[in-house]
Design a binder for this molecule. Structure first.
Ligand code: OGA
Ligand code: MN
Length: 285
């Protein structure tokens, strides 16, 4: 096996080639992958022929998986989120259907599961079918964005805690999407605004669509700060845009990056993706 890792943009994302994710990966190659993952935050693999079990096995080598939420229409409590606009009968789900609106939450810049007490460490998304145009996924480096902040600003962020909530982010798409049962499954949580990543010792800030406000601050002032940081992190210089091909697998570090899905002609073209999610180490506060 001759593993190659090539950067795809200045601040994040690298393409990995010379590896077959369906075959056993030797320990030294896996160590190199892990190192690349923590360094580049996003890894792209092309032409991978993997089924659900193989995706789960590969994902688990990075650590325990996070189960999907019972009330999430794309999850249902299993290990895989099925992000698809196709129903069980093979028909396109109308864009206004609640299942599609729920998935539309992914079009806002976010970090997966930041609304859970233990936020996700990372995720792996595999493309089964992709539309001919659109439907890309964009990644932004919170790590590089934090590093580029003026020192004075960094100091002002120390010690701040934000409330994150799935209800908050889904209400931006369509109020009423989450029933009471779903809301009870994911009550709001607190996340520190500045995190240190244990594997690298690097610092990063932690924002995204689920971040609602800053604890102990007036709501408006906290929202303005979270908005400002999100805008800062998603400047073009910190962003990598992925255009999917079938059989691509992209994995990302949710602690160091934000991502968002881009629109496509969902009423006419199929897009079928599956995601496994890496469980975080513990609460951030
Ligand atoms: C996700 C996600 C975006 C997309 O799977 O976590 O945000 O482009 N996906 O499907
Ligand atoms: Mn996501």
């Amino acid at each position: 096996m001759s593993l190659r890792i090539e950067k795809l943009s200045e601040h994040l994302a690298a393409e990995v080639s010379g590896i077959d994710l369906a075959s056993p990966i030797p320990e030294d190659a896996f160590a190199a992958l892990k190192h690349a993952f923590y360094r580049h935050s996003v890894l792209v693999f092309h032409d991978q022929d993997i089924d659900e079990d193989q995706q789960i096995s590969f994902s688990k080598r990075f650590g325990p998986l996070e189960p999907t939420m019972v009330n999430d229409p794309s999850g249902g409590g299993g290990w895989i989120n099925h992000l698809s606009n196709i129903d069980e009968e093979g028909n396109i789900i109308p864009p206004a259907d609640p299942r599609m609106l729920y998935n539309k939450g992914n079009s806002l810049w976010h970090s997966d599961s930041s609304y859970k007490e233990v936020p996700s460490r990372g995720a792996l998304l595999y493309a089964v079918e992709v539309p001919p145009e659109g439907g890309g996924t964009e990644y932004a480096s919170m790590k590089a964005a934090y590093a580029a902040l003026p020192e004075e600003k960094k100091k002002n962020l120390e010690g701040l805690v934000a409330e994150h909530s799935l209800l908050h982010s889904r209400n931006k798409i369509a109020p009423g999407l989450m029933d009471r049962k779903f809301q009870q499954e994911v009550p709001p949580v607190k996340q520190t605004l500045v995190r240190e990543i244990p594997e690298t010792g690097e610092k990063t800030f932690f924002v995204g669509a689920h971040a609602s406000h800053v604890i102990d601050w007036p709501i408006g002032k906290g929202r303005d700060l979270l908005e400002e940081l999100m805008e800062w992190a998603t400047q073009p210089r910190f962003v990598y845009k992925h255009a999917w091909k079938p059989r691509d697998l992209v994995m990302w570090d949710n602690r160091c990056s934000l991502h968002r899905g881009r629109p496509w002609d969902a009423a006419n073209h199929r897009r079928i993706m599956r995601r496994t999610t890496l469980l975080g180490d513990g609460p951030t506060v």
